[in-house]
Unconditional design. Structure first.
Length: 54
């Protein structure tokens, strides 16, 4: 699966890496790339007020 990370995501990732291991973040990204529905990811739905397709 091809993923392109947004600049905001990369900035957030660098900020959070001070609190969470960067290796853990990279491992999670690799799991998502290989199998987006993997149970270890524990995905949640996000509801945004600005979302037009509620």
């Amino acid at each position: 699966m091809y993923l392109r990370f947004d600049d905001k995501y990369i900035r957030s990732k660098n900020k959070i890496s001070k609190k969470v291991s960067l290796n853990f973040i990279n491992e999670t990204e690799n799991i998502f790339k290989n199998n987006p529905s993997h149970i270890k990811l524990n995905l949640k739905n996000i509801i945004c007020r600005r979302d037009k397709d509620k």
